[in-house]
Design a binder for this molecule. Sequence first.
Ligand code: 3PG
Length: 213
Amino acid sequence: MDMIKTLGSAGIIPVIVIEDISKAVPLARALVKGGLPVLEVTFRTACAADAIRKIKAEVEGATLIAGTVLTIDQLKSAREAGAEACVAPGFDPMIVNAAKEIGMPFCPGVATASELSQALSLGCRMVKFFPAESAGGIKYIKDLLGAFRFTGVKFMPTGGVNLSNVADYLAVPEIICCGGTWIAPKAAVEAGDWAKIETLASEASALCRSIKG
Ligand code: 3PG
């Protein structure tokens, strides 16, 4: 998978946490129907791999990314489940290298110039900027770009990004997409309010299209 192309064309990546496997397919269907087909299923719950497997098998048009991939076991489990790329909140050279060895596109998280520099040294062309708002937000990314733009690095800010600030991030060309949980809030997932989630996805995808085209 061309990770930059796929994530860039989606623009907004719902970060989803599946506690109850029975919610995985209807949640993914609502997000895809709302115009957000690339989904980050986080390895923060025991059923993450099953959720990826089930969504891949049952939801047409969904592209699965595994999120919060912190260990080699999770990396392998994500691959076996059918994830097409993996994302992490932090930068761990061991995981970046393990992903490279198995040919899994991998996007590590960075929050400093030093981490970004190390990620670039290991061949990463795209990084998650996490936790975006707490780490300095859009101003911090623009300052990083002052030094790193020439490398061609692309960013996916996540953490504190929502409908009220996502437009500022997406207006920066090097920010190819943003991730967030605001499109699949815990309460709506628990309540099975798929109509609400579809509406949140439609709003987000319309805003993204108005900026990125
Ligand atoms: C992530 O792991 O990407 C974040 O937990 C998402 O942050 P948010 O809940 O502020 O969108």
